[in-house]
Structures are given as structure tokens and as C-alpha cells.
Design a protein around this ligand. Structure first.
Ligand SMILES: [Zn+2]
Length: 184
């Protein structure tokens, strides 16, 4: 009986609504403020994950992906193109959510219907960016969400793509699974 109880509790934990994944592996260099300088994050609180140019970026959740490009590719010191966003992918999800993945490399994007953990872009430094990184943000009904950033590890921690952001986003169902898979 104790064993059955344990599994019931575990099942409830797995079903809790932690519904968006880190879009890339790397080191956190920005949240509400930039790590280091402490200046407020340009455009509003968002997650910056630094890694090498060309590192794969993945859908934080399934949805419909659109690409906004036209910027020259850079691996450092971008040119401010696209209002500083550079080349980016935006994914519309259920329940009014959308996620954005900024500063990517042109020619690496995936659009249309994408599933969670699907590769959607490669990391670069396009737009207003000084070094190769992913800028990931989450919106709902046109408003940028910020509270979830308090749930991610401190500045300069390493995060791994495919793992859930440990925050319960309202009005959205639990993820199918949480197993990272190949860069494809
Ligand atoms: Zn950013």
C-alpha cells in the first residue's frame, strides 16, 4: 500500500504543469537584468542563454513557427537589425501563449507545425547582440511574462535544452515528456 501511494504522488508530480522547456543548452547571462552589468534586460525581462555560434535551438513547446529574418549573419557584435531582435523564430502555442527565439542564424530556421523539442534555429549574434546567444521570451495574450524567470537558476548557471522551466504556467496542459533528443 505504501508503494502504491508513492506512485500516486510521483504521478501527480509528473503531471504538474511545467510546460515550457529551455530552448538551448548553455550558460545563463541574462534574466530580468543582464548578469554582470545588472542593467535591465533590453525589451523586458527574458532569458539569455550563451553558447557557441551554431548551437541548435529547440521549440520550448509545440506550436506553429514563423520566421522573421532579413538580417546579416554574425557570430558576435550584430548590427542591430530587426529592432535588435536579429533573425528570429516565433512560435504560437495554445492558450494564448507564444515564445520567441532571437538572434539566430539566417538559413537555419524551421517553420510551420513544430513539436516540442524540435530543432527550429541555430544560435548566432544577429541584431542587437554582442555574443552568440539565445534570447528566449514567453508571452501570453500580447503580454511578456516575467514571473517564470524567478524559477530559473541564478546567473551563470548552466541549463540544458529539453528540460522544463520549473514554473507552473497557467491554463496550459502538461508536457508529453521531457527527454532531450538529437539535433535534427
Ligand atoms: Zn536577451
Amino acid at each position: 500500500m505504501i508503494r502504491i501511494g508513492f506512485f500516486i504522488i510521483l504521478g501527480a508530480g509528473l503531471a504538474s504543469a511545467q510546460d515550457f522547456e529551455y530552448g538551448a543548452s548553455g550558460r545563463i547571462t541574462g534574466k530580468a537584468r543582464y548578469c554582470g552589468s545588472g542593467r535591465p534586460h533590453a525589451g523586458g525581462p527574458s532569458l539569455d542563454i550563451n553558447n557557441g555560434c551554431g548551437t541548435c535551438i529547440y521549440a520550448a513547446r509545440g506550436g506553429t513557427a514563423y520566421y522573421y529574418g532579413g538580417c546579416r549573419n554574425f557570430c558576435s557584435n550584430g548590427d542591430g537589425c530587426n529592432g535588435a531582435a536579429g533573425n528570429y523564430v516565433q512560435i504560437y502555442h495554445t492558450a494564448g501563449y507564444k515564445t520567441r527565439y532571437l538572434h539566430g542564424l539566417a538559413g537555419t530556421q524551421v517553420t510551420g507545425t513544430v513539436s516540442e523539442s524540435r530543432k527550429i534555429l541555430k544560435m548566432g549574434s544577429t541584431g542587437g547582440s554582442g555574443a552568440s546567444h539565445l534570447h528566449q521570451d514567453i508571452w501570453r495574450n500580447g503580454t511578456r511574462l516575467t514571473a517564470w524567470l524567478n524559477s530559473v537558476p541564478p546567473c551563470y548557471s548552466t541549463v540544458t535544452r529539453g528540460y522544463n522551466i520549473p514554473y507552473n504556467f497557467p491554463s496550459i496542459s502538461a508536457p508529453a515528456n521531457n527527454s532531450p533528443w538529437g539535433c535534427n
